[in-house]
Design a protein around this ligand. Structure first.
Ligand code: PHE
Length: 455
């Protein structure tokens, strides 16, 4: 155990793990994706399904993932190797590690493009060009950005370099300080936007939209999307949480730690939705189901018309970028850790290599908004395809495998030993939910969703 621990280091405390995992979990998924997919799926009913997915599928699997990571204390691929050997399992289970690492890189490829939009909006906000902007002007600005591959590639590249720079310097040092200061700031700024939205927006209509039970707009695809998003927003199924779990101190209680991360993540997502929809409804031209542009059209209009809004808007997009940044770091870390362990690469080389691959793949996402907009893969644009493949296929499959291996196949003694600090009731509850409810729901929703999408 000792030398394994030294290879990548250990978080200073359980709290550092909470910050790092929250930094990973809170990202574009909360501030950008959650509000817009909730909007596309009619709001309330989607939110309820989403909350259930977090509680009954996301959190139990997160506990399992942290546990696997801490048991193995290595990159997801090598941790899984160790664990399967320890429990005398077939090598196919190592696929969990591989699936995660590959899904992480796929997500990073498009994550960097979208995060690049946030970087661009920092400058637009700061330049004052959005002062007094109407919804039409904000939409036009966003369309102009999407139609311009060079500009998209420029910001995508900057974001990728930022990510590589931090991870190359080591997660604990670079990340720890950033997360500690910037996460609370993000939270404070969200509160400020929320207050603005409450005072200036159609707050009650926004709330009603977000929390009213409108089952009509919710399709089978929507349910699959809610589940995929529960995985995505908690950073599950792609090794990020497993890798971070590997750096967790030996006697930290996994259960309560995971609860804290899940609660913070959900809170930020709901706050983002509550801030954005009232502003959307205050503008007759804006649509709650506007899709990916929601954050980049609605909020600029709001900030552009609020006293001091350009300043707050600038800071807000800085923080969106930082939230995305701390997530991106966790997307590349598992693969970097693997290359360092198994191929004796140094961190910088590993980062350059993996960042380069993700950057190249990201070009497909860039072009899917302009010159490739008409090329469809199974009915999806390149970006939609990668998004569907990663969050609706790879993550649930990886989640099912994790629930299966931890719930049914690993030696029960090993699982119990790693979770020895939990009370027996908590442990038994968790194990039962994981074995039956998490596993069955993830399987059912996944199969039904695929059938509805293609059937
Ligand atoms: N959880 C992050 C978000 O909500 C995305 C992410 C997924 C980050 C997987 C790391 C790993 O934006």
């Amino acid at each position: 155990m000792e030398d394994k621990k030294k290879m990548h280091g250990t978080w200073a405390s359980r709290w550092t793990f909470v910050l790092a995992a929250t930094g990973s979990a809170v990202g574009l998924g909360n501030i950008w994706k959650f509000p817009y997919i909730a909007g596309e799926n009619g709001g309330g009913a989607f939110v309820v399904v989403y909350l259930f997915c977090i509680l009954l599928i996301g959190l139990p699997i997160m506990v399992a993932e942290v546990m696997l990571g801490r048991r193995g204390r290595l990159s997801p691929i090598n941790s899984m190797r160790l664990i399967t050997t320890e429990s005398g399992l077939h090598g196919v289970w190592n696929g969990i590690g591989w699936l995660g690492v590959v899904a992480g890189l796929i997500i990073l490829s498009y994550y960097a493009v979208i995060a690049g939009w946030a970087l661009y909006y920092i400058l637009e906000m700061a330049s004052g060009s959005l002062h007094g902007a109407t919804a039409e002007q904000a939409s036009a600005l966003f369309s102009k950005l999407q139609a311009d591959p060079q500009r998209l590639i420029f910001y995508q590249s900057i974001f990728m370099l930022m990510t590589i720079a931090v991870v190359a310097g080591g997660v604990t040092r670079g990340l720890g300080v950033a997360v500690r200061t910037l996460m609370p700031m993000l939270f404070v700024l969200l509160v400020i936007v929320l207050v603005f939205s409450y005072r200036e927006g159609e707050f009650s209509r926004g709330l009603e939209f977000l929390f009213n039970f409108n089952t009509e707009a919710l399709s089978g695809e929507g349910v699959l999307e809610a589940m995929g998003h529960a995985f995505f927003t908690l950073s599950l199924g792609m090794g990020a949480i497993m890798a971070y779990g590997a750096y967790m101190p030996e006697h930290a209680r996994i259960g309560t730690t995971v609860l804290a991360v899940g609660a913070l993540d959900t809170l930020v997502a709901l706050m983002a939705g509550m801030a954005i929809f009232p502003i959307v409804f205050a503008n007759p031209v804006l649509e709650p189901g506007a899709g990916p542009g929601l954050l980049f059209i609605s909020l600029p209009v709001a900030f552009g018309n609020m006293p001091g809004g350009l300043l707050f808007g600038t800071i807000f997009f800085v923080l969106v970028s930082v939230a995305a940044w701390s997530s991106a770091i966790s997307l590349i870390e598992p693969a970097v850790a693997y290359l360092v362990e198994s191929h004796k690469l140094n961190r910088l080389t590993a980062n350059l290599l993996l960042g380069g691959i993700a950057w190249l793949t990201g070009l497909g996402t860039v072009f899917s908004f302009n010159i490739w907009a008409d090329y469809k893969l199974a009915g999806f644009t390149f970006f939609d395809f990668l998004d569907f493949l990663s969050s609706s296929v790879m993550l649930p499959v990886s989640g099912m495998l994790i629930a299966l291996v931890v719930g049914w196949y690993m030696k029960p003694g090993v699982v119990q030993e790693e979770l020895a600090d939990e009370t027996p009731t908590v442990f038994n509850c968790w194990k039962t939910v994981l074995k039956y409810i998490s596993l069955a729901s993830v399987a059912a929703i996944f199969v039904i969703g695929i059938y509805k999408t293609f059937g």
